[in-house]
Write a protein that binds this ligand. Sequence first.
Ligand SMILES: *Cc1c(COP(=O)(O)O)cnc(C)c1O
Length: 394
Amino acid sequence: MSKDPRTRLIHHPYVPPAGFGAPVVGVHKASTVFFADTAALQARTWKEKTGYTYGLHGTPTTFMLEERIATLEGGLQTLLVPSGLAALSLVDMALLRSGDEVLIPDNAYGPNKELARHELAAWGIGHRFYDPMDAGALKAMIGPATRLVWLEAPGSVTMEFPDLAELTRVARDAGVLTALDNTWGTGLAFDAFDLPLSEGGSVAVDISVQALTKYASGGGDVLMGSVTTREEALHLRLKLCHMRMGWGVGLNDVEFVLRSLPTLALRYEAQDWAGRRLAEWWATRPEVTHVLHPALPGSPGHEHWRRLSTKAAGLFSVVFDEKYSQAQVHAFVDALRLFKIGFSWAGPVSLVVPYQLAGMRSQPTWKGTLVRFSIGFEAVEDLLADCEQALELL
Ligand SMILES: *Cc1c(COP(=O)(O)O)cnc(C)c1O
């Protein structure tokens, strides 16, 4: 079988019922699953996928999506959870205990940091935020209580692309588990379980997490997350916590994601292409001082991205010149017609969100108001014209 996800996402191991040669798995819904007899009831095990025990622990449809995401990520086992944020919290809950410490990149997805500041802190779990652009600083920060290092590439909103392989190696050499929020790369931009090191060889993260809400769904209509591993023992630690917490996913949502996966690579490429065209256009505009897109030379960590990948998500940020007030930038955002103001990304509608970085980072990075764009499927000429007409307001 090809290693290319474009092929592997279409040719899957599903075997349809005898005499029904259709390629699409049915939507199998259940809370109750019948056992043939009391012996079968007593012999049930929910740890391995050798059979079905209860709807919460999987149906043929969820098993199929788990297999599909593991294939996409180059992993071996996947767990599904009700949102991307639930995937982050599952990893923390399964692996961290009172007295432990977790290290989180300073530019991580905001709610990951909030979880550490509130629930983890209340449970006696420490956290510190590290500069993801400095592997030496991470190395110096790892201490005897450190149990988990979160990774994200690129960082949320400010889009710095770290040396992912080097950060992973630093944690591995210290015997600390790594978990990557791989929503941006989505299993297509790079292989989280095979990250090339600069001196040759490669290194793997222990856990890759995705908000399937974004690219895997692609419709802006599903919330779901995944937690993928390659190591059975680690998978079981996560799975047992997952079972005890009772995190199930809706079967209609699973169906939506299964239906979207065959077009994942095409959608990713289309939004990448449009995102770069828009980012390049913004780079010519005098109103902004920086365009933050890993594929643009000069964007922080561009060389790390280039060593690892040729692909990028359709997502970038611009930093407006300080001479424009926050109110002026907000007026620009309000004047956009096609770009809708809203969170999330990778759906059909282009989205925009203004950010004030003060308070979001331990170290302030950019001055001036930052605006993040997520590119949908509209004609790129129309999106450019929309930005141009709204800029006239400045
Ligand atoms: C959206 C997102 C999440 C959270 O996903 P939800 O399904 O919205 O909870 C986590 N990490 C990253 C990088 C995201 O973009």
